[in-house]
Ligand binder design. Sequence first.
Ligand code: PEP
Length: 244
Amino acid sequence: MAGNWKMYKTPAETKAFFEKFLPLVSGASHCEIVINPPFVNIAAAVDAAKGSRVEIGGQNLYWAKEGAFTGEISGPMLKASGAEWVIIGHSERRQYFGETDETVLKRTVAALEADLKPIVCVGEMLAEREAGETEAVLRTQFDGGIAGLSPEQFAKIVIAYEPVWAIGTGKTATPEMAADAHRVLRSLVTAKFGADAGAAVRILYGGSVKPDNVKGLMAQPEIDGALVGGASLDPGSFASIVNF
Ligand code: PEP
């Protein structure tokens, strides 16, 4: 269960979140719990989560290790700050910051080289779904990105299926719609990396996951977890999702 805080919270607000959140999830051993705050809050989050099962991640990284890339953050920097995970290819990065399948692949390889666990996002826009192109879009994103990994690299990533029309809109894919897309992704993985990889890969659903819809989504055997934006900002609501 991963929370994406997007561009919200200060270090002080991060500390306050963990003070409330950690006691609420102290009994949760059924899943890994990850919070991805903005870069400037990673140190505060790592410090606040110390001694708990909650791990911290970044929301992006650049593929060079260091250099003249003003405004960017590298995998080794994230790792040295105590991050264990990193979100890659979020639709907001694709929509507003020019992320492509090619750069998703570069960032994923860089994350793995830095010993970070990548959560690689894919998903279709509303017009693509309405045109019946969901499967084709997922195939293109898979082929142009993740499929370029070696089998050893692929085994270390988590995929997040996030239909763009469901992110931050309050519109959730029905559990069946999400499961269908997860099946498509799993079959792409099986075709490229083999049946064992297809069975083992963890696919998270993301898109307006809330305490009141998480149970239905998680009841689908195809859905292995959730990537949660808005509802992860509140300790009570993200704890309810974790404890579904
Ligand atoms: C996200 O940011 O990855 C996300 C799914 O956002 P929300 O839960 O707010 O739709």
